[in-house]
Design a protein around this ligand. Structure first.
Ligand code: KG4
Ligand code: ZN
Length: 401
């Protein structure tokens, strides 16, 4: 089957197309296209993602990203005849009435292009920024209507969960289609910090979560306090690595707290570390790059230690067969290193899985994979474009339903 997936939950406009094969001899997934347009540069001046701007950029980018993804997968075929039927045009205009620019672009694109060989359209239903999610949802509905294809709504965090099983390779191994259970996932992004237990495929229990800021949000806020640009995660990580690689040793002057490290649960708190950075920076008379590097190092150490120690304790309780990470913060090299080391040492029989860098941050490949697994194992998540469920569909998402 061929799946086209759309992701617009935050500041990346992404479309991916995968082709899968299921016969008795072989099961395989091939990545035909994985296109991502990042809006980072646009949001940088605001120090974070500005939702109205994100929505506008998605509306502008979706048709060009679609064209690029179809072209990459060899599915972009021009045609000169046949306009959109009057009935479909009315449906399309009503779906995209709040996105005139997107409506115009799609109304130009569709009649000029043959219906691609796609079986399902997967898209991120949530969680994410509501204005951004709605554009993707309506766009997915519009394509489903125009091409008469079924839809598969996907939870963004479920996408992050399966992204480590993909590893961004050209061909995806068969094991990913059946992760060993129970699976324990540390999902860490700009909006979420969760330890999720998957006992059965698609049966999720969030066993730990943040009480305040998400860890990615704390990275971004701490970076801002240190005068570093958005997104803060890679900026902090770069400086922490400089400190470590320079053979420097922290002298304790810039020590940061590890909130809730010893609490009797699997929950986190990150706003305290961020506030500690703020008070620390306020007391520094002259900030130098050396001091900044040491604080970045300390911050990364504090965040990683908290994340790993809570995940380890959860793993000790639930004895998982697969232990994985997902989400933008899992791109952090230091965290990856100690994640691998800790779980390989303590759970030598478990499968340890970490996404490749471009699969950690938001992308549509992970949505395609989650959609594929849903199509294979959960037929009720496949929705006909004119079904009542689709007509009433809202942009939101709770993983542990
Ligand atoms: O998953 P993601 O792309 O978007 C959301 O779903 O939120 O995650 C974005 C977050 C940002 O907070 C960003 O600072 C963080 O991931 N991030 C990192 C790194 N790369 C991205 N945090 C720490 N180290 C990194 N290398
Ligand atoms: Zn994400």
């Amino acid at each position: 089957m061929n799946i086209l997936a759309i992701e617009t939950s935050c500041d990346e406009t992404a479309i991916s197309i995968i082709a899968t094969e299921e016969n008795s001899r072989k099961k395989s997934v091939t990545i035909l296209a994985n296109v991502v347009i990042s809006q980072i540069e646009i949001h940088k001046p605001y120090g974070g993602v500005f939702p109205a701007l994100a929505k506008r950029e998605h509306a502008k980018n979706l048709v060009p990203v679609l064209a690029q993804a179809l072209k990459k997968s060899g599915m972009l075929q021009e045609k000169t005849t046949e306009n959109i039927s009057e009935e479909k045009q009315t449906g399309l205009s009503s779906l995209l009435e709040r996105e005139p620019e997107l409506l115009a672009a799609l109304s130009d694109f569709i009649p000029a292009t043959k219906t691609p060989n796609i079986d399902y359209i997967a898209f991120t239903q949530g969680p994410g920024l509501p204005p951004a999610l709605w554009v993707g949802l309506n766009f997915a509905r519009a394509l489903a209507l125009l091409w008469n294809k079924p839809l598969i709504p996907v939870n963004h965090m479920e996408g992050h969960l399966f992204s480590s099983l993909v590893n961004g390779k050209e061909n995806i191994p068969q094991e990913m289609q059946n992760p060993k259970l129970p699976t324990l996932a540390l999902l860490i992004s700009g909006g979420h910090t969760e330890i999720v237990l998957m006992k059965d495929l698609f049966q999720y229990e969030v066993v730990g979560t943040t009480r305040d800021d998400a860890v990615g949000e704390a990275f971004d806020k701490a970076a801002r306090i240190l005068g570093l640009p958005y997104p803060g995660g890679p900026e902090i990580s770069k400086r922490a690595a400089n400190f470590r690689n320079g053979g420097k040793i922290a002298n304790g002057k810039y020590k940061l707290p590890r909130p809730m490290l010893r609490s009797d649960d699997f929950d986190f708190s990150f706003s305290g570390i961020k506030t500690a950075v703020l008070y620390m920076v306020q007391k520094i008379e002259e900030m130098t790059e050396e001091i900044r590097e040491e604080i970045c190092y300390e911050f990364e150490e504090a965040a990683a230690e908290t994340l790993i120690s809570k995940t380890l304790r959860a793993a000790e309780k639930y004895d998982p067969k697969t232990i994985l990470m997902g989400g933008g913060v899992s791109a952090n090299s230091h965290l990856q290193e100690i994640f691998k080391k800790t779980f390989q040492e303590n759970f030598p029989d478990a499968e340890i899985s970490i996404p490749e860098k471009d699969c950690s941050t938001d992308n549509a490949l992970m949505i395609a994979i989650a959609g594929y697994l849903r199509a294979l194992h959960d037929p009720k998540s496949i929705l006909s474009p004119d079904s009542e469920k689709v007509r009433e569909m809202q942009a939101d998402g709770n993983l542990a339903l």
